[in-house]
Ligand binder design. Sequence first.
Ligand code: IFM
Length: 439
Amino acid sequence: MDFNRSDFPEGFTFGAATSAYQIEGHGTGGAGSTHWDTFAATPGNVVRQEHGQLACDHYNRYEEDFDLMQAAGFDAYRFSTSWARVMPDGRTPNPEGLDFYDRLVDAMLERGLAPYATLYHWELPSPLADEGGWRSPDMHNWFGDYTACIMGRIGDRMAAVAPINEPWCVGWLSHFLGHHAPGLRDIRATARAMHHVLKAHGTAIQTMRGLGLKNLGGVFNFEWAEPVDDSDAARRAADLYDGYYNRFFLDGIYKGRYPDAVMEGFAPHLPDGWQDDFAIIQQPLDWVGLNYYTRKIIAPNADAWPGHEEAPGPLPKTQMGWEIYPDGLYKFLTRTAQEYTGDTPLFITENGMANADVIRNGIVDDPERAAYVGAHLAAVQRAIGDGAPVAGYFLWSLLDNYEWALGYEKRFGLIHVDFDTLKRTPKASYHALTAALAR
Ligand code: IFM
């Protein structure tokens, strides 16, 4: 990779990221059913109806995985805790699940990996989904209880914690587009889920402050929205996409309001008294995490709100079909600092690419991934040079894993996983990154 650790400021954190359901193997340790298990069991939702019951079997193989992280020279590990493992019915603690995260955190610390936890990376316990899930006005209370339970056990050893991974995916992708569990396509459900995600986020931050935890942040995903042409209609369409994708959650937390363009569609559907919830939502944050992969070209289409579609772009694409656009990362880092967060440290909490990696004679050659990471780290350096207070970069992902509705086909890992044998093989990009982190 064409960068050195020494190109970055002293203390800059390099890490890798994963999430519980995507790697652990949810069929272990007394974990309860989640809405992803039932979504995946419904024909047509997930490629080959694949699910996370075994995944990478990280539950049993985490020591081997952390040995590989340590050997690569990583400083930190971003992981998530599974609500349904900690509380199988969403409410009752599972000692086996709590013991697992206790062991997991100690195993990180033994290898010099700073634990960066996320409390929710999408596997909602089924009994809470039955009660309305993210549409329910009680969600923030359920989430606060779960936060207290898991952080009461492992919070003493956290380097950093964020409540919810990628609120846009929890809200829009899952309730408006229906691509993720619970697979709804309903604007009222979407408006409520997006608002309740922020209320749950704020409640979790309050709960953790009450427990004395420090270094609490939020993790948001961003896609640069480019109008397809110079027309006013295209600009308006891109502005709306930017509003519900990128600005909604930061506006809520930092400005105590939602973007006007989004409110045109959402206003009739938000729960009564939603304006009063900003007192909970606007908890001060110690850092903000940006997950960034690509941009989208937005074209106006129909009359019905939101009235646009994605147009194809000319840039090289990853296995996901996503254009490779490192400038977007630069733009989001500088925009976030200038318009929202000021001096608050920013982290890239996810960035990486899926590639159609194959293993030949025990070797996985993935120059595309090394180039992708190098180009995005160059964008990070430019943003730092222009004043953005960027403090760390987490690569998505440590391992090939369960890419949700796309099953196990899309390989994001630095480490190849054979899903028949579960054998781990570090890819060429792993070795290149190891060398770069040592320089
Ligand atoms: O695999 C996902 C992850 O769960 C959340 N962020 C994007 C990744 C790649 O799609």
